[in-house]
Design a protein around this ligand. Structure first.
Ligand code: UDP
Ligand code: MG
Length: 186
């Protein structure tokens, strides 16, 4: 199975992605985590990404597409994966289509988790107290929400038109939301 998780920052993509990957035995590919590792290791990709992440902007499409083109060719993902946080723009979604076509992978579902913006901002401010993430500050959190609505939300229609979109309410307790997701995937 090959899945995409869509949704605004703070909606619980990472938390739910881990649980869904365990359930179906999928590889969890969080591009945000991959980028943070690249930054920690001071790689070329990390150097290119850092200023964008710290400003709450998106890392350029060519950086993400190059990185994911390499990643999706590796052996460990051949039996299935969940893309958490990627693609984030229409050019990235088109690029991902090409990457997957080239290796004969088909997408099973793009799952969108939804929640009210005020709830999301509050969750992220709380997370910022523990995560130590440079982008979990109130100002950057607002900026990331804005970027989501401007650049990523158009992907909902993109996948809806391909009949791949499923939407799930992300308000509730963690196991309850996992159940909702499993139900729409079955
Ligand atoms: N980011 C990006 N492209 C990606 C993933 C992450 O540009 O495919 C950058 C972007 O600056 C984003 C930050 O990394 O604001 C954190 O992403 P992550 O997915 O970890 O944050 P979340 O949205 O889950 O809070
Ligand atoms: Mg995340």
């Amino acid at each position: 199975m090959r899945l995409i998780f869509l949704g605004p920052p703070g909606v619980g993509k990472g938390t739910q992605a881990k649980r869904i990957c365990e359930h179906y035995n999928l590889i969890h590919l969080s591009t945000g985590e991959i980028l943070r590792n690249e930054i920690a290791e001071k790689t070329n990709i990390g150097r290119k990404a850092k200023s964008f992440i710290d400003a709450g902007e998106l890392v350029p499409d060519d950086v993400l597409l190059g990185m994911m083109n390499n990643r999706l060719k590796k052996d460990d993902v051949q039996s299935g994966y969940l893309l958490d946080g990627f693609p984030r723009t229409i050019p990235q979604a088109n690029g991902l289509d090409n990457i997957m076509n080239n290796i004969s992978h088909s997408l099973d579902c793009a799952l969108s988790l939804n929640a009210d913006e005020n709830e999301l901002v509050q969750r992220l401010i709380n997370r910022g107290k523990e995560s130590g993430r440079s982008d979990d500050t109130p100002e950057i959190i607002r900026q990331r929400q804005k970027v989501y609505w401007e650049q990523t939300a158009p992907l909902l229609d993109f996948y809806r038109e391909k009949n791949l979109l499923k939407e799930v309410n992300g308000i509730g307790d963690i196991p309850e939301i996992t159940e909702r997701i499993l139900k729409v995937l079955n």
